[in-house]
Design a protein around this ligand. Structure first.
Ligand SMILES: Nc1ncnc2c1ncn2[C@@H]1O[C@H](COP(=O)(O)OP(=O)(O)OP(=O)(O)O)[C@@H](O)[C@H]1O
Ligand SMILES: [Mg+2]
Length: 327
């Protein structure tokens, strides 16, 4: 049985289709990523799977429970970290945890032990009695993750777990997420618009744009889809070079630019020596040669013709920060 099964899931807001016929499966123990730009429908998908929002049509099962017919069972079997902060600022970390534990009816005699254990896991036990309003963004996120784990969910939903955090804190959080999956065997579904995050953490990635999945696979396979690696060769005789290397077997794509030639092919590193030899035998000089592995950015560009713009995220992060400081 899969951890999550999604079949033709659709959400419309009036005439607008936010999530359009999504279908996918998530294996137990998998870290699955929904990668896409702002407004792609990531949070809406999470909201439907966590029973916070009713789908317009389609079906889904989480831990074997039907999201439409077994809402309570679904909720009990999942942990959620929402995109927007949901901690009580005026309470301490411990009090936030305790409140949630009572909400989930965790017996009194287990509560303290569990809370302490989880706060240790995210390295917040020493600051457990400090008010959350004194916490940094990264500490808050860690606390939210710990809180989401209190009732020992089998599946953890993380909606933009590192949005707005600095690169170092982001790296730190990736370690926790990775460990939760590896050591506790928790299935994780996360949304992100950070390519690197999806690449680092996810076993498989669904690239989502305008409510639809446009590609779904492992990061490596997605990158292979676009024709393999890219070799860039700089030469003063690029036209001659072109006719020399054109015959190289396995080339998926070859282009002449202003001062260089780019070749798209798989396992590029295995062909570099051959290219250098061919050029040298024909007396064509090579100034430099480099290999560029395609990134998920290249993949997104390949499928949509657009880039996932980081500045959109930056603007949104600033708004979130302002909202936070206003509180
Ligand atoms: N309650 C709602 N009413 C109307 N439109 C909505 C509602 N919730 C979401 N939408 C719209 O649905 C689309 C998808 O929103 P969603 O929040 O799922 O995107 P997202 O991929 O999570 O984006 P982000 O990266 O900004 O978090 C957006 O165009 C959004 O404006
Ligand atoms: Mg979102």
């Amino acid at each position: 049985m899969s951890a999550i099964t999604v079949k033709d899931l659709t959400k419309k807001f009036g005439d607008f289709t936010a999530v359009n016929n999504l279908s996918f499966d998530i294996e137990k123990g998998e870290v699955f990523g929904l990668l896409g730009p702002n407004g792609a429908g990531k949070s809406t998908t999470m909201a439907m799977l966590s029973t916070m929002l009713k789908p317009s049509s389609g079906q889904a099962w989480v831990n074997g429970y039907d999201i439409l017919r077994n809402e309570d069972e679904v909720r009990k079997s999942i942990g959620i970290v929402f995109q927007d902060p949901s901690l009580d600022e005026e309470l301490t970390a411990y009090e936030n945890m305790d409140f949630h534990a009572r909400l989930y009816r965790i017996p009194k005699n287990e509560r303290q032990k569990k809370i302490t254990e989880l706060l240790k896991l995210v390295e917040l036990d020493e600051k457990k009695d400090n008010l959350v309003k004194t916490y940094s963004g990264g500490m808050r996120r860690r606390l939210e993750i710990a809180r989401g784990l209190l009732h020992e969910p089998k599946v953890l939903f993380l909606d933009e777990p590192t949005l707005g955090l600095d690169p170092q804190t982001r790296n730190h959080l990736w370690d926790y997420i990775h460990r939760l999956n590896q050591e506790k065997g928790i299935t994780i579904i996360l949304t992100t618009h950070y390519m690197e995050e999806a690449d680092k953490l996810c076993h498989r990635i669904a690239i989502i744009d305008k409510g639809q999945i446009i590609a779904l696979d492992t990061s490596e396979k997605l990158k292979n889809d676009i024709g393999g690696d890219i070799i860039t060769i700089v030469s003063s005789e690029k036209d001659n070079l072109y006719s020399v290397v054109e015959s190289l077997p396995g080339i998926n794509n070859i282009e002449v630019h202003d001062s260089s030639i780019t070749i798209g092919l798989h396992n590029a590193e295995k062909h570099v020596a051959q290219i250098v030899n061919m050029a040298s035998e024909s007396g064509v000089p090579i100034d430099s040669i480099s290999i560029h592995k395609p990134t998920l950015e290249d993949v997104f560009l390949h499928f949509t013709g657009r880039t996932i713009r980081e500045e959109e995220a930056t603007g949104k992060e600033q708004m979130r920060m302002m909202q936070r400081s206003r509180k």
